[in-house]
Structure formats: C-alpha cells, structure tokens
Design a binder for this molecule. Structure first.
Ligand code: ADP
Length: 168
C-alpha cells in the first residue's frame, strides 16, 4: 500500500501585523497541508511597524492550538528558505483580482528559478479589503480595528502606538 506523502507548506509574508485575513488563510491551509510554517520575512519593509521578532511573538500566541502550524523568521530569498525547509509548496493568500497580477508574477518567477509550486487560497469575502498596510494607517489615526485583527494584536498595536508618540 502506498504511504501518503506528508506535505509541508511555507506561508511567507511580512505579517506587520498579522490580520484576520492572514489567519483565515492559515485555517484553510491547515486542511490542505500536514505542516504549515508561517515565515516572517526579515527584509526591511516600508513603514515597518513591528520588529520581526515581535511579529513572530504575536503569531506564536495565536497558533498555540493549531496542530502542524509553526512560525519563524527568515532572511533572504523565499525560494532559498523554502529549499532549506524542504518545503513542498509556497502558500500565498489572494484577496482580489488586484493581488493576482503581482502574485502570478511572483509565483512564475519562483517556479522558474527554483521549480517550486505556489498554492493560492482565497480569503473569506469579509477580509477581502484587509491589508497590514491599511491596518497600520488606520491604527495610527486611532480607528477601530477590532473586526480586522485579533484582540491580542489590537492590544499590542495600541501599546505600540502609545509608546511611539511618547504618551503613557
Ligand atoms: P507580503 O509583503 O509578502 O505581501 P503580507 O504580510 O502583506 O506580505 O502578505 C502575505 C500573504 O498574505 C500574501 O500572499 C498576501 O496576498 C496575503 N494576504 C494579505 N492580506 C490578506 C487577506 N486579508 N486575506 C488573504 N490573504 C491576505
């Protein structure tokens, strides 16, 4: 009898910070893969809010009851990281058609240079407009984000922004 191959996926991204949209993709990914590694890129992001270690800490708190899911940071090229992890696929999330063009290019490039496949998961409609960039902007203006990010992330964000402008 053939034994079923265990499938390991990496989910690379900035996750600055992780949103309910990212988590929705993780939940769906858990049903498809035996192992799912959320990989927080260390490469400098524009308008970085949290340090990579803080992003990992926040994610780690959220995945404690998710079997097969782990989180870590990575440096350099995603495909080289994928090879080091012996990953079978790269997982990416899709929100809308606007994501498709960029993601398509990225996936084609990764396949051309490293022969690795990318699997896309579409998010729930309710998170189709959620992005970490918007979260950072709305948070800096004091908006209510409780439907878009987990409570623990919301709390950290508030803490972080208080510290950032010097108010206690
Ligand atoms: P990157 O800078 O690599 O795009 P992000 O953290 O912004 O990192 O996104 C990581 C992945 O998660 C990307 O594939 C992105 O399209 C996807 N993603 C981001 N926000 C959402 C969301 N609301 N729903 C589904 N997927 C999302």
């Amino acid at each position: 009898m053939a034994t079923k191959k265990s499938v390991r996926a990496i989910f690379p991204g900035s996750f600055d910070p992780i949103t309910n949209g990212h988590l929705d993709v993780v939940h769906r990914g858990m049903k498809l893969f035996d192992e799912l590694v959320i990989a927080v890129g260390r490469s400098p992001v524009k308008n970085q809010l949290f340090r990579p270690e803080e992003r990992v800490e926040m994610i780690a708190e959220l995945i404690t009851d998710m079997p097969g899911v782990s989180v870590e940071t990575f440096d350099g090229l995603t495909v080289e990281y994928a090879a080091r992890k012996k990953a079978d696929v790269i997982l990416r999330g899709l929100r809308s058609l606007t994501d498709v063009q960029y993601e398509f290019q990225l996936a084609m490039t990764n396949r051309a240079v490293a022969g690795i496949e990318t699997v896309f998961i579409m998010t729930s409609e309710q998170y189709g407009f959620t992005s970490s960039t918007l979260i950072r902007e709305v948070a800096s203006l004091g908006g209510d984000l409780s439907n878009l990010i987990p409570k623990s992330v919301h709390d950290r964000l508030k803490q972080h922004l208080k510290g950032a402008d010097g108010r206690a």
